[in-house]
Write a new protein. Structure first.
Length: 237
């Protein structure tokens, strides 16, 4: 098995926070004012994460697929369908529950997540974000987390906590309620994903389902970026 130290699990939390702080400094704006760039930042951080994982595996004369324990021919269409449905339903349920807990609203959706960006970037990111996120996050939290921690409960809980926590800084906003909302939104889903992976050691259904739910997000950004006034209408502004 490829060795990848669990100490890397907080990596994305730190990088996202630093990138948004640096971005605010460079543009001479407040962190809140550049929140709409989160999807592009995520794609860049995904690329950095993937390169780190590839470098780690290459040093051990291995590869990414061995890190996540991918086995060709192990996955069926039924597995992909079931896991994808669970991811979508658990993801929506987590966001709705967190929205009620933190804001007293059902359904609540953070407006920052669908803010418009330049159209050409929104188009490009429809293809980049879902795929790169699946490779980066599953590689880190499953390959360097679940696969590396020996204790059964620790192997599920610890990676799931950091898996959810990173979302608190995408985008990074210095608002305790927002940070808690984002963390609680994803915690049920990340616990399910880490448990499923610990049991099955099969990353592919998770990666496909993860990409599908991210496609829904980037398509909303594409819509608000291409249709004038849609963002204001969706947010009730």
């Amino acid at each position: 098995m490829v060795k990848c130290y669990p100490i890397l699990l907080p990596l994305r939390c730190v990088v996202f926070l630093l990138v948004f702080i640096a971005g605010a400094f460079v543009t001479d704006k407040k962190v809140n004012d550049i929140s709409n760039w989160w999807s592009m930042v995520a794609s860049i951080v995904n690329g950095i994460t993937i390169m780190i994982l590839i470098a780690i595996t290459k040093k051990q004369k291995s590869n990414y697929w061995e890190l996540v324990n991918y086995q060709k021919g192990k996955t069926t269409g039924g597995q992909i369908t079931i896991v994808s449905v669970v991811i979508v339903l658990a993801g929506m349920a987590g966001m709705y529950l967190a929205g009620f807990i933190c804001y007293g609203v059902i359904p609540y959706a953070a407006p920052q997540m669908i803010e418009p960006i330049p159209l050409w970037l929104a188009v490009i990111n429809v293809f980049i974000l879902p795929v790169s996120t699946a490779f980066a996050e599953e590689g880190l939290y499953l390959g360097c987390g679940v696969n590396q921690i020996q204790n059964k409960y620790g192997a599920i809980i610890v990676p799931a906590l950091f898996f959810a926590l990173q979302h608190s800084f995408i985008p990074a906003l210095f608002d305790v309620k927002y940070i808690l909302y984002r963390f609680l939104s994803f915690l049920p889903l990340t616990l399910i994903l880490c448990w499923y992976y610990y049991k099955e050691r099969n990353p592919l259904p998770i990666m496909v389902g993860h990409a599908i739910i991210d496609v829904a997000t980037v398509m909303q950004i594409l819509a608000t970026s291409s249709i004038e006034g849609l963002y204001q209408e969706m947010c009730g502004i």
